[in-house]
Write a protein that binds this ligand. Structure first.
Ligand code: SAM
Ligand code: 2KA
Ligand code: SF4
Ligand code: MG
Length: 194
């Protein structure tokens, strides 16, 4: 769908320069999704892996973030192999909804959704769990994944953007009471960058 060089706004790598590759296609259907234009893959141009890697190499950063849409709808074996061969660290943002987890990953951000169940195969591969808090029941939804993850998996709660005023104070109190969790903010939206 698009590729751009920016600052990772969310999660464990917040604040680091990264080349984002946003792949079209998603059938998870989050009603609050902030990139609904990504859902229909057929309206977006197909780019070759070589051109994506060449685009990334124009910039000094060597972290690539593959997102979407739901990137694991695609076989990411060749894209991640080419990025790693070119010297990039490969990070992914995924809901975990997929038949198989393809690709070679340096960092997996797993962001499960109530709207479609993830494949449990991703649980022990995740380096970071990032749950979007839209309402109070999302805290229990977030906790339901924690026992299945690796002990070193980082745990983040991120407010759904339009619900920040109501949910951020609750997330602050929750993290104070449950310090294994950290707050993730969509800092790129505050910075007004892509
Ligand atoms: C657009 S999604 C694409 C990757 C993948 N489909 C997923 O959901 O993880 C990238 C990240 O943005 C988060 N996100 C999407 N819409 C959001 C919103 N309105 N407020 C906060 N986070 C949002 C998702 O939960 C995910 O962590
Ligand atoms: N700056 C910036 N950071 C991000 N982290 C995850 C994003 C995504 O949409 O997957 C995203 C995004 O869209 N922009
Ligand atoms: S899974 Fe990700 S891309 Fe798909 S609708 Fe949900 S937030 Fe949007
Ligand atoms: Mg985004």
């Amino acid at each position: 769908m698009e590729a751009f060089y920016t600052i990772q706004g969310e999660g464990a790598h917040t604040g680091r320069a990264a080349y984002f590759i946003r792949l079209g296609g998603c059938d998870v259907g989050c009603h609050w999704c902030d990139v609904k234009e990504s859902w229909d893959a057929s309206v977006h141009p197909k780019l070759s892996i070589d051109s994506l890697v060449a685009g990334a190499l124009q910039y000094p950063g060597r972290m690539a973030v593959i997102t979407g849409g739901e990137p694991l709808m695609h076989d990411l074996t060749d894209l991640t192999a080419s990025l790693q061969a070119a010297g990039f660290r490969t990070n992914i943002e995924t809901s975990g909804v997929c038949q198989v987890v393809t690709g070679s990953w340096d960092w997996i951000c797993f962001s499960p959704k109530k709207f479609k169940k993830p494949n449990p195969a991703i649980y022990t591969q995740a380096d970071e769990l990032k749950v979007i808090i839209y309402n109070q029941s999302d805290f229990a939804f977030a906790e339901s994944f924690a026992p299945h993850l690796r002990p070193d998996c980082k745990l983040f709660l991120q407010t759904e953007w339009s619900r920040s005023n109501e949910m951020l104070p609750r997330i602050v109190e929750y993290v104070k009471d449950h310090p294994q969790w950290q707050i993730s903010l969509q800092t790129h939206k505050y910075l007004d960058i892509p």
